[in-house]
Unconditional design. Structure first.
Length: 220
Protein backbone atom coordinates (compact mmCIF):
# COMPACT_ATOMS: atom_id res chain seq x y z
CA UNK A 1 0.00 0.00 0.00
CA UNK A 2 1.23 3.51 -0.77
CA UNK A 3 2.18 5.08 2.57
CA UNK A 4 2.29 8.79 1.73
CA UNK A 5 0.64 11.14 4.25
CA UNK A 6 -2.24 13.25 3.00
CA UNK A 7 -0.46 16.52 3.84
CA UNK A 8 2.27 15.69 1.31
CA UNK A 9 -0.31 15.30 -1.44
CA UNK A 10 -1.70 18.70 -0.56
CA UNK A 11 1.70 20.46 -0.49
CA UNK A 12 1.92 23.34 -2.97
CA UNK A 13 5.22 22.15 -4.43
CA UNK A 14 6.14 18.56 -5.21
CA UNK A 15 9.47 17.84 -6.90
CA UNK A 16 10.48 14.65 -8.72
CA UNK A 17 13.99 13.64 -9.73
CA UNK A 18 15.28 10.98 -12.10
CA UNK A 19 17.77 10.25 -14.85
CA UNK A 20 17.40 8.41 -18.15
CA UNK A 21 19.54 7.11 -20.99
CA UNK A 22 19.20 8.66 -24.44
CA UNK A 23 20.74 6.38 -27.09
CA UNK A 24 22.16 7.94 -30.22
CA UNK A 25 20.47 5.30 -32.40
CA UNK A 26 17.06 6.00 -30.86
CA UNK A 27 16.87 2.76 -28.87
CA UNK A 28 14.22 2.87 -26.13
CA UNK A 29 14.44 0.60 -23.08
CA UNK A 30 10.87 -0.67 -22.85
CA UNK A 31 11.39 -1.48 -19.15
CA UNK A 32 11.95 2.19 -18.32
CA UNK A 33 9.71 3.96 -20.83
CA UNK A 34 5.92 3.77 -20.96
CA UNK A 35 4.05 4.67 -24.15
CA UNK A 36 0.44 5.71 -23.52
CA UNK A 37 -1.88 5.40 -26.49
CA UNK A 38 -5.52 4.62 -27.17
CA UNK A 39 -4.40 2.50 -30.15
CA UNK A 40 -1.70 -0.14 -30.45
CA UNK A 41 1.46 1.95 -31.06
CA UNK A 42 3.19 -0.92 -32.96
CA UNK A 43 6.52 -0.18 -31.29
CA UNK A 44 9.53 -2.24 -32.37
CA UNK A 45 12.57 -2.34 -30.10
CA UNK A 46 16.04 -3.05 -31.49
CA UNK A 47 18.85 -4.01 -29.12
CA UNK A 48 22.05 -2.02 -29.80
CA UNK A 49 25.37 -3.86 -29.99
CA UNK A 50 27.76 -1.03 -29.08
CA UNK A 51 25.49 1.95 -28.34
CA UNK A 52 26.50 5.52 -27.73
CA UNK A 53 24.32 7.24 -25.17
CA UNK A 54 23.80 10.19 -22.87
CA UNK A 55 22.75 9.88 -19.23
CA UNK A 56 20.44 12.78 -18.44
CA UNK A 57 19.00 13.99 -15.11
CA UNK A 58 16.06 16.34 -14.56
CA UNK A 59 13.89 17.65 -11.75
CA UNK A 60 10.22 18.28 -12.48
CA UNK A 61 7.67 20.29 -10.53
CA UNK A 62 4.49 22.18 -11.38
CA UNK A 63 6.40 25.41 -11.89
CA UNK A 64 9.14 24.20 -14.22
CA UNK A 65 12.03 21.84 -14.88
CA UNK A 66 15.53 22.03 -13.41
CA UNK A 67 17.98 20.58 -15.90
CA UNK A 68 18.81 18.78 -18.04
CA UNK A 69 22.06 17.75 -16.40
CA UNK A 70 24.35 15.51 -18.46
CA UNK A 71 26.67 13.18 -16.58
CA UNK A 72 30.23 13.71 -17.81
CA UNK A 73 33.69 13.05 -16.41
CA UNK A 74 36.45 15.63 -15.89
CA UNK A 75 37.48 15.26 -19.53
CA UNK A 76 33.97 16.05 -20.73
CA UNK A 77 33.23 12.49 -21.85
CA UNK A 78 29.74 11.09 -21.32
CA UNK A 79 29.48 8.63 -18.42
CA UNK A 80 26.74 6.77 -16.57
CA UNK A 81 25.63 7.69 -13.06
CA UNK A 82 27.10 6.18 -9.88
CA UNK A 83 27.04 7.12 -6.18
CA UNK A 84 29.83 9.70 -6.35
CA UNK A 85 28.58 11.31 -9.57
CA UNK A 86 25.03 11.52 -8.23
CA UNK A 87 26.16 13.27 -5.05
CA UNK A 88 28.41 15.60 -7.04
CA UNK A 89 25.44 16.53 -9.24
CA UNK A 90 23.29 17.30 -6.19
CA UNK A 91 26.02 19.39 -4.56
CA UNK A 92 27.43 21.21 -7.59
CA UNK A 93 24.39 21.56 -9.84
CA UNK A 94 21.02 20.88 -8.24
CA UNK A 95 21.31 22.77 -4.95
CA UNK A 96 22.77 25.91 -6.60
CA UNK A 97 20.00 25.75 -9.25
CA UNK A 98 17.37 25.25 -6.56
CA UNK A 99 18.59 28.36 -4.75
CA UNK A 100 17.68 30.37 -7.85
CA UNK A 101 13.99 29.44 -7.43
CA UNK A 102 11.62 30.90 -4.87
CA UNK A 103 10.41 27.65 -3.38
CA UNK A 104 9.13 26.82 0.09
CA UNK A 105 8.59 23.46 1.78
CA UNK A 106 10.11 21.52 -1.08
CA UNK A 107 9.69 17.73 -0.98
CA UNK A 108 12.38 15.68 -2.71
CA UNK A 109 11.19 12.42 -4.31
CA UNK A 110 13.44 9.87 -5.99
CA UNK A 111 13.22 6.21 -6.98
CA UNK A 112 15.09 3.36 -5.34
CA UNK A 113 18.12 3.14 -7.66
CA UNK A 114 21.23 2.07 -5.75
CA UNK A 115 23.10 5.31 -6.45
CA UNK A 116 20.11 7.24 -5.07
CA UNK A 117 19.84 5.31 -1.83
CA UNK A 118 23.47 4.82 -0.76
CA UNK A 119 23.85 5.86 2.88
CA UNK A 120 26.12 8.81 2.03
CA UNK A 121 23.56 10.02 -0.53
CA UNK A 122 20.63 9.75 1.88
CA UNK A 123 22.64 11.64 4.52
CA UNK A 124 23.34 14.43 2.00
CA UNK A 125 19.67 14.67 1.05
CA UNK A 126 18.57 14.71 4.70
CA UNK A 127 20.99 17.56 5.37
CA UNK A 128 19.25 19.54 2.62
CA UNK A 129 15.60 18.48 2.94
CA UNK A 130 15.27 17.07 6.45
CA UNK A 131 12.10 15.01 6.78
CA UNK A 132 10.86 16.20 3.37
CA UNK A 133 12.56 13.28 1.63
CA UNK A 134 10.48 10.64 -0.17
CA UNK A 135 12.80 7.75 -0.91
CA UNK A 136 13.76 4.25 0.03
CA UNK A 137 15.69 4.54 3.32
CA UNK A 138 14.28 8.05 3.71
CA UNK A 139 11.76 9.44 6.22
CA UNK A 140 8.88 8.75 3.77
CA UNK A 141 9.08 5.54 1.78
CA UNK A 142 8.25 5.26 -1.93
CA UNK A 143 6.90 2.02 -3.46
CA UNK A 144 9.46 0.18 -5.62
CA UNK A 145 8.93 -0.24 -9.37
CA UNK A 146 6.24 2.44 -9.40
CA UNK A 147 6.90 4.16 -12.72
CA UNK A 148 3.16 4.77 -13.14
CA UNK A 149 3.36 7.12 -10.15
CA UNK A 150 6.42 9.10 -11.23
CA UNK A 151 5.85 11.92 -13.76
CA UNK A 152 9.35 11.68 -15.19
CA UNK A 153 8.70 8.03 -16.09
CA UNK A 154 5.11 8.28 -17.31
CA UNK A 155 5.47 11.67 -18.98
CA UNK A 156 8.80 13.49 -19.32
CA UNK A 157 11.20 10.88 -20.69
CA UNK A 158 8.70 9.46 -23.17
CA UNK A 159 7.65 12.93 -24.31
CA UNK A 160 11.23 14.11 -24.84
CA UNK A 161 12.27 10.90 -26.62
CA UNK A 162 9.31 11.25 -28.98
CA UNK A 163 10.73 14.56 -30.25
CA UNK A 164 14.53 14.58 -30.01
CA UNK A 165 15.04 11.99 -32.78
CA UNK A 166 12.87 13.78 -35.35
CA UNK A 167 15.88 15.14 -37.27
CA UNK A 168 17.85 11.88 -36.84
CA UNK A 169 20.83 13.30 -34.90
CA UNK A 170 24.11 11.71 -35.97
CA UNK A 171 26.29 12.85 -33.05
CA UNK A 172 25.91 12.94 -29.27
CA UNK A 173 26.45 16.70 -29.33
CA UNK A 174 23.48 17.13 -31.66
CA UNK A 175 21.38 14.80 -29.53
CA UNK A 176 22.33 16.80 -26.44
CA UNK A 177 21.31 20.04 -28.17
CA UNK A 178 17.95 18.50 -29.11
CA UNK A 179 17.32 17.38 -25.53
CA UNK A 180 18.09 20.86 -24.19
CA UNK A 181 15.80 22.46 -26.77
CA UNK A 182 12.83 20.13 -26.22
CA UNK A 183 12.98 20.46 -22.44
CA UNK A 184 13.34 24.24 -22.64
CA UNK A 185 10.18 24.36 -24.78
CA UNK A 186 8.00 22.59 -22.19
CA UNK A 187 5.56 25.16 -20.85
CA UNK A 188 4.40 25.51 -17.21
CA UNK A 189 0.80 24.91 -18.32
CA UNK A 190 1.78 21.44 -19.50
CA UNK A 191 3.56 20.68 -16.22
CA UNK A 192 0.54 21.80 -14.22
CA UNK A 193 -1.55 19.20 -16.07
CA UNK A 194 1.13 16.58 -15.41
CA UNK A 195 0.98 17.24 -11.66
CA UNK A 196 -2.83 17.23 -11.68
CA UNK A 197 -2.66 13.83 -13.35
CA UNK A 198 -0.14 12.64 -10.76
CA UNK A 199 -2.41 13.77 -7.93
CA UNK A 200 -5.36 11.85 -9.37
CA UNK A 201 -3.20 8.72 -9.62
CA UNK A 202 -2.18 8.98 -5.96
CA UNK A 203 -5.77 9.50 -4.83
CA UNK A 204 -6.80 6.39 -6.76
CA UNK A 205 -4.03 4.30 -5.19
CA UNK A 206 -4.89 5.51 -1.69
CA UNK A 207 -8.62 4.91 -2.16
CA UNK A 208 -8.05 1.42 -3.57
CA UNK A 209 -5.52 0.57 -0.82
CA UNK A 210 -2.71 -0.03 -3.27
CA UNK A 211 -4.49 -2.15 -5.85
CA UNK A 212 -3.24 -1.99 -9.47
CA UNK A 213 -4.45 0.99 -11.46
CA UNK A 214 -6.65 0.41 -14.48
CA UNK A 215 -5.28 1.60 -17.82
CA UNK A 216 -4.66 5.35 -17.68
CA UNK A 217 -4.27 7.35 -20.88
CA UNK A 218 -2.38 10.55 -20.28
CA UNK A 219 -3.95 13.32 -22.35
CA UNK A 220 -2.56 16.85 -22.70
Amino acid sequence: MLAIPEHIMETILKDFYDEAHFWLNGYVNKQNCRIWSEANPQVYVETPLHPEKLTVWCALWAGGIIGPYFFKNNEGHNVTVNDDRYRAMITNFFIPELNNHDVQELWFQQDGATCHTASATIDLLKDTFGDRLISRFGPVNWPPRSCDLTPLDYFLWGYVKSLVYADKPQTLDRLEDNIRRVIADIRPQMLEKVIENWTSRLHYIRASRGSPMPEIIFKM
